[in-house]
Design a protein around this ligand. Structure first.
Ligand code: PRP
Ligand code: URA
Length: 212
């Protein structure tokens, strides 16, 4: 894949280990959900090396000291429904007070075009660092439309995190949204004729929620 400055592919051994279990068709719903959450937490740590901190004064039992903290109300999480819901707790482990917006998208099974069916975002989201999350980045259509929806509401500082991506989808998002940081924990080979990622893990939403 061509190199893009706004794309980050993780090469963390623990992520590799967890993804191997996640892909396995024998992995059940509970473990699948836990793994998505754990991988998301690791990704959140790795993707926040540039997060802005503010100086605060803290009183230890011994003296006052100047320290650095993440400003209150500076982060929001936006899952792309449904499968993105599986990643929310993983980000909340790192930012427990982050407000959550929701963008509903489904792919038309024949055209593979995303359809937006819901959008509800917290007030003031335009001033926050937004973690847009979805486990699967396939054609990139859902991510691009969700990013358009966030930008239409004024969001300027957006990080998109997907557990698994494929080169064509990652390129599409990186080109359409060069100002967005795109994080994928692993890059798979290709899409099949039905728009599924190979080797992939199947349908993330169904495996998270036990719908098939
Ligand atoms: C899946 C996945 C992404 C989208 C990725 O959702 O969770 O949102 O497909 O595909 P794309 O990159 O080609 O747009 P799906 O439409 O299956 O909906 P679901 O989450 O409700 O299962
Ligand atoms: N959505 C999924 O859940 N899995 C894929 O492989 C592609 C899109």
């Amino acid at each position: 894949m061509k190199k893009f400055e706004n794309v980050f592919v993780f090469d963390h051994p623990l992520i590799k280990h967890k993804i191997a279990i996640l892909r396995d068709k024998k992995t059940g719903m509970k473990e699948f959900r836990e793994l998505i959450e754990e991988i998301t937490t690791i990704m959140t740590y790795e993707s926040t090396r540039d997060i802005k901190l503010e100086k605060v004064t803290v009183e230890t039992p011994l003296e006052k000291t100047e320290q650095y903290k993440v400003p209150e109300e500076s982060v929001a999480i936006v899952p792309i429904l449904r499968a993105g819901l599986g990643m929310v707790n993983g980000v909340h482990k790192v930012f427990p007070t982050a407000r959550v917006g929701h963008i509903g998208m489904y792919r038309n099974e024949e055209t593979l075009q995303p359809q937006e069916y819901y959008c509800k975002l917290p007030d003031g989201i335009d001033k926050k660092t937004v973690f847009l999350v979805d486990p699967m980045l396939a054609t990139g259509g859902s991510a691009c439309d969700a990013l358009d929806a966030l930008k239409k509401r004024g969001c300027k500082n957006i990080k998109f995190m997907a557990v698994i991506g494929v080169p064509e989808g990652v390129e599409k998002v990186a080109k359409a949204h060069p100002d967005v940081q795109v994080y994928v924990s692993t890059l798979d080979r290709q899409l099949n004729e039905n728009g599924y990622i190979l080797p992939g893990l199947g349908d993330a939403g169904d495996r998270l929620f036990g719908t098939k």
